[in-house]
Design a protein around this ligand. Structure first.
Ligand code: UD1
Ligand code: CA
Length: 461
């Protein structure tokens, strides 16, 4: 995006959302709305220093999310979108002569890089001082309505609160996004008035000023209305989540991912999925997650910031911040917590939990077992109900288990402790000392049989 700039208005509070955080931090598919907008700008080739974000109440929280190098301006009082844009006066003044600036709203998250670039092209080609991006929608309630002529010359934008019944029937709405000549915008913003129902300085008032100034102002209609929708309340946010979820699913289906039913399937925008993978209902994939080919995920599975190799089956399970190699079967009801690395063809059965551990290829942890802070070798077998006792109340300690070890049912491995290669532990043992290679460790009371003991009991009954 050569020599142009983008101004993002994000100073609105979360009042209508009933959120204690700035509104633009509300999430669509697990990603704050403002981050969607920023990513669209970067995707359009915009450099960080070409972007200015107008922040308001709770700006520390918002600024923490902004990529380094992005400029900010502060709006102390929420007096309207026009007033917000004026707070970036210093940024606008710093731009070289002839710069065209795009204004975007932080609560219109689905704006795409191609909409930014296509509208920029149209704006530059027409030589207009102002190009407002509009959308044609079925239910225009709540949006500013576009008044234009047949040649798409913009005449006015009327806000819902100020619109007549006739104007309310217009279904072409103001997306809030606009391109403007920076110098003209600087001259227009201080002239905006707040003589309207809401007593706010409306940025949309620029439309009238352009007509007054007799400069060219145009309407650019977005090809897809989803790109232009905003969220002011929780219902609006749900609508955007539904649109985004569908878009993301469609992209994956085009790439060969099978979706049996989209019920409860939510995939974050940055997730990658290989062809031939099947998603069952209730599959939620978040963050920077990469799924291989020919996996079966779900039902009811959550995977976050993790890599899952080809051919894995994850049934009703959860994985966080971990790496899984290939052909692993998990669940139902298994949990891999952060910092874990699971080898090829490992089996993690029901009610197993792994945390901050590595597990070697072909190891089997079939049922009711906790493996925490451990380095487990290849082809190890855990019986039912084993526990790596990793926490002494103050510190965490590691357990090391060699290849081909056999951990008998109900073994406690009290860390720090080591089981050697082909080491065995007898069922019910609490192991506190290292087990040598090829040894069997038994740690439990000997069985005592009391002959005929039950006979006395029966008599008493
Ligand atoms: C605005 C537009 C409306 C448009 C709609 C599109 C105005 C007056 N109205 O209405 O024409 O159809 O968006 O979604 O422009 N903001 C500030 N400071 C403020 C007020 C708002 O930074 O003082 C920011 C908000 O964080 C938000 C954006 O500007 O990101 C839009 O503000 P909002 O109050 O949501 O405007 P709408 O009522 O949706
Ligand atoms: Ca809005």
């Amino acid at each position: 995006m050569p020599d142009n700039a983008i101004l993002i208005l994000a100073a609105g509070d979360g009042k209508r959302m009933k959120s204690p955080h700035p509104k633009v931090l509300c999430q669509v598919l697990f990603k704050p709305m403002i981050s969607w907008v920023l990513d669209a700008c970067t995707g359009a080739g915009c450099r960080q220093e070409q972007i200015c974000v107008v922040c308001g109440k709770g700006s520390e929280e918002l600024q923490a999310l902004l990529p380094q190098g992005v400029c900010t301006a502060q709006q102390e009082q929420r007096l309207g979108t026009g007033h917000a844009a004026l707070q970036a006066e210093a940024f606008l003044r710093s731009l070289p002569e002839g710069t065209q600036v795009m204004v975007l709203f932080g609560d219109v998250p689905l704006v795409s890089s191609s909409l930014i670039l296509d509208s920029q092209r149209a704006h530059m080609a027409s030589g207009a001082s102002l190009t407002v991006i509009a959308a044609s929608v079925e239910t225009p309630g709540g949006y500013g309505r576009i008044i234009r002529d047949r040649e798409y010359n913009l005449l006015e934008i009327v806000e819902e609160q100020d619109a007549s019944e006739e104007q309310k029937a217009i279904r072409e709405i103001n997306s809030g996004a606009m391109w403007a000549d920076a110098a003209w915008l600087l001259s227009a913003l201080p002239r905006l008035k707040n003589d309207n129902t809401q007593k706010e300085y409306y940025l949309s008032g620029c439309a009238r000023l352009a007509v007054q100034d007799k400069v060219k102002s145009m309407v650019y209609v977005a090809p897809d209305s989803g790109l232009a929708l905003g969220a002011n309340d929780r219902a609006g946010l749900l609508a955007l989540n539904q649109i985004a979820a569908r878009q993301v699913l469609e992209k994956h289906m085009m790439n060969g991912v099978e979706v049996l039913s989209s019920d409860g399937v939510l995939i974050g925008p940055e997730v990658e999925i290989g062809a031939g993978t099947v998603l069952y209902p209730g599959t939620i994939l978040k963050g920077k997650t990469v799924i291989g080919e020919n996996c079966v995920l779900g039902p009811n599975t959550v995977i976050e910031n993790s890599t899952v190799g080809d051919g894995c089956k994850v049934n009703a399970s959860q994985i966080e911040n971990s790496v899984l190699e290939k052909d692993i079967s998990m669940g139902p009801f298994a949990h891999i917590r952060p910092g874990s690395h699971i080898g090829n063809s490992v089996h993690l059965g029901n009610f197993t939990e792994v945390k901050n551990s590595s597990i070697g290829d072909r190891t089997s942890v079939s049922h009711l077992t906790y493996v925490g802070d451990s380095d487990v070798g290849e082809a190890v077998n855990f019986g039912c109900g084993c526990v790596t006792v990793n926490y002494d109340g103050i510190n965490k300690h590691r357990t090391v288990i060699g290849d081909h070890a056999f951990i008998g049912c109900n073994t406690n491995l009290v860390a720090p402790v080591k089981v050697g290669e082909f080491g065995f532990t007898a069922a019910g043992s609490t192991i506190t000392e290292d087990v040598p290679d090829y040894a069997l460790a038994i740690e439990r009371g000997r069985q005592i049989d009391k002959p005929q003991w039950a006979r006395g009991k029966i008599k008493m009954k």
